[in-house]
Design a protein around this ligand. Structure first.
Ligand code: COA
Length: 329
């Protein structure tokens, strides 16, 4: 059966490291508190003048090279991000220009930390639903440091910058995307927001004075939602594919907090060795989180052909999503 297959992966992180010791100088916190409550030790921070499209470009180049696909062969570029270079034009168009992918359509997609799963499912539908699309670049990229309030200890300890990309093509056989699930519950939309900068609260002196252009979060509620939704989403895609957690070789969950991952693993009754984790090094990179784990693991040749990967995302919206992927072409 025809499937959307991952032909290449890539990732990019800025060089500048922000450690817990650095944060101790900015807000009232401690390395102990951050590590024990979140598992995070470091995040990467884009320097002055580095925007989301720059990180997306580096990740995309790697994915294209690995897949041995030229930029001109791209039919579509989807960039999942909540921190675009600017509200208009789409970061995907800026990336298209940087790559010189002149034949590709390009658009952004915002499903916050679930963005990469949403983009993957969207790309799969383009590939399988039309003869016009053969190669699609799916990118998750964020410069969250541009919307983090570094005076707010509830949020500034969590987030970092980075990008991950996959190149999707199509092929017959067992490998590729097997099942996807996307969900949303707008009733929880106020739990995680950047209140200003849109049509509800356009930029003004007041919005700036009230720090409304920064991320605001009700951490406890988001935590509970995450622990509840991971097993739920995993169940939906496994049921659709008639598979069980025992069939899964690796779980790649959105890296929001190591305690969320541990609680979800316990609920799913899966061995911790099967859960891929890089939150200690990068923090929560929103839409870039899942492709960053995927790209790092692929670079280390962790996966062999036929391995079953379960990707699960959750985030602002509230959004949720999962994808079941059999590795290889
Ligand atoms: N350093 C030290 N103390 C801190 C702190 C920090 N960085 N941040 C909060 N605290 C304090 C709080 O003020 C509170 O103090 P109080 O009891 O005197 O009021 C105490 O620590 C406990 O706060 P609480 O919010 O209950 O901690 P928590 O164990 O829930 O951890 C988060 C907070 C944010 C780490 C956790 O809720 C979380 O990870 N939530 C999910 C966030 C997330 O994943 N967001 C993105 C989703 S895509």
């Amino acid at each position: 059966m025809l499937k959307a297959q991952i032909l290449g992966t890539g990732y990019a992180v800025p060089e500048e490291i922000l450690s817990n010791a650095d944060l101790e100088k900015m807000v009232q916190t401690s390395d102990d508190w951050i590590v024990s409550r979140t598992g995070i030790r470091y995040r990467r921070i884009a320097g002055d003048g580095v925007a989301t499209s720059d990180l997306a470009y580096r990740a995309s180049r790697s994915a294209l090279e690995e897949a041995d696909i030229a930029p001109e062969e791209l039919d579509l570029i989807i960039v999942a991000t909540m921190t675009p270079d600017m509200p208009m034009p789409a970061t995907a168009c800026l990336l298209q220009h940087l790559l010189k992918a002149n034949s590709a359509a390009a658009f952004d997609l915002n499903a916050a930390c679930t963005g990469f799963i949403y983009a993957l499912a969207t790309a799969e539908n383009f590939l399988l639903g039309s003869d016009k699309y053969h190669h699609i670049l799916v990118v998750g990229a964020e410069v969250l440091s541009s919307v983090v309030d570094f005076t707010d200890r509830n949020t500034c300890i969590l987030f970092g910058d980075g990008a991950g990309a996959v190149l999707l093509g199509k092929g017959e056989g067992n490998n590729g995307i097997i099942a996807t699930y996307l969900g949303a519950d707008g009733r929880g939309s106020s739990l995680l927001t950047i209140p200003a900068g849109g049509s509800r609260h356009p930029a003004s002196q007041e919005t700036i004075d009230q720090r409304m252009h920064y991320m605001q979060m009700q951490g406890n509620e988001v935590y509970k939602f995450a622990v509840r939704s991971i097993p739920e989403c995993a169940g939906y895609v496994l049921d659709e594919a008639n598979l069980s957690t025992e069939d899964v070789d690796y779980f790649i969950m959105h890296q929001a907090n190591i305690r969320i991952l541990q609680a979800a693993a316990k609920k799913l009754k899966i061995p911790w060795e099967k859960v891929l984790v890089n939150i200690g090094e990068y923090g929560n990179v929103s839409a870039a989180s899942i492709p960053l784990v995927l790209g790092e693991a692929a670079e280390k040749n962790k996966f062999k052909t036929g391995d079953l990967l379960l990707l699960v995302g959750f985030g602002a919206g509230l959004t949720t999503g999962a994808a079941l992927v059999r590795w290889g072409r």
